[in-house]
Write a protein that binds this ligand. Structure first.
Ligand SMILES: Cc1cc2nc3c(=O)[nH]c(=O)nc-3n(C[C@H](O)[C@H](O)[C@H](O)COP(=O)(O)OP(=O)(O)OC[C@H]3O[C@@H](n4cnc5c(N)ncnc54)[C@H](O)[C@@H]3O)c2cc1C
Length: 259
């Protein structure tokens, strides 16, 4: 339960707001979609998905992530985990669809690595605010189709990942995986519910955590009380029916917040 000390060996600037921190320890046991708790000394401990077995990819949004951006190669971090429920790994003969938005691309990049190494056929719909913020595009090119969208039309298709999804033959896929802003995933949820495809879809949620191990209750979701850190962060679509997902968020102390 104590954080393991890791040393940053390499820092890669992926986009203007996102950096990858490679460290000197492999978390080989991690399944795509699981997360680690990252202890940034003097500031906070925050959840992060693994972008590879020995890296995290961080978007600068507030105090802790800003402090991370000040770190240099040779500095250390504390890591607990991996924790939580990851994605159900596809069988070799299954056809899968990945739908990623913004920094939600991180856990899907690790899933794509698995799919490529096992010969699973994968198509991807990848979206970002603008051309500069498109993340890990080269991770998704090994098999199947790759569709790219930008909100502002600065590259590729102008619009949202849901525009491409609306033109996609959902029945052609055995499994669908998604991670991104919750409002994006809520729109995807609505589309797939109409297609009766929630059962084959998994959603990876980014919500506030404190403990990361299912004790503090900060990430409990109405109505069933599912804990995002322990019962998730990856949920099957059926689990999210009639829940707070997409309807309201939680603040740091678990209080309800509107999107
Ligand atoms: C399972 C999981 C995996 C994650 N993986 C990644 C990842 O791979 N890369 C990455 O960059 N981020 C990831 N996040 C989000 C990351 O934990 C937050 O961005 C981080 O905690 C923000 O800390 P801060 O102190 O910099 O910002 P704060 O000052 O705490 O917050 C800044 C802003 O970000 C929002 N915010 C804070 N924490 C979260 C959160 N957990 N979810 C959604 N919004 C939040 C706040 O509402 C506020 O608007 C993940 C979150 C979870 C739960």
């Amino acid at each position: 339960m104590y954080p393991i000390d890791v040393t940053i060996t390499k820092i890669i600037e992926e986009t203007p707001s996102t950096r990858t921190f490679v460290f000197d320890r492999n978390f080989d046991e991690a399944i795509a979609g699981q997360f680690v708790m990252v202890w940034i000394r003097g500031v906070d401990e925050i959840p992060m998905g693994l972008s590879s077995k020995n890296s995290i990819t961080v978007q600068k949004v507030g105090d802790a992530t800003e402090k991370m951006f000040a770190l240099k190669e040779g500095d250390t971090l504390g890591i607990r985990g991996p924790f939580g429920k990851g994605f159900t790994l596809p069988d070799k003969d299954e056809k899968i669809l990945l739908i990623a938005g913004g920094v939600g691309t991180v856990p899907l990049a690790l899933l794509a690595e698995y799919a490529s190494s096992t010969g699973v056929c994968m198509s991807t719909i990848l979206g970002a605010r603008n051309a500069d913020e498109l993340l890990f595009v080269d991770h998704f090119t090994s098999c199947g189709e790759l569709h790219l969208t930008t909100d502002d039309g600065s590259a590729h298709r102008c619009g949202f990942v849901t525009d491409i999804l609306a033109e996609t033959d959902i029945k052609a896929y055995d499994r669908i995986y998604t991670c991104g802003p919750e409002m994006m995933m809520k729109a995807i949820f609505g589309m797939l519910e109409k297609e009766d495809a929630l059962e084959k879809t998994e959603f990876s949620l980014h919500r506030y955590f404190k403990c990361g191990i299912g004790v503090c209750g900060a990430c409990c979701m109405d109505k069933k009380g599912l804990r995002v850190c322990k019962d998730g962060p990856v949920f099957n679509g059926l689990q999210l029916i009639d829940s707070e997902f997409g309807n309201y968020m939680r603040g740091p102390s678990g209080n309800k917040k509107q999107f």
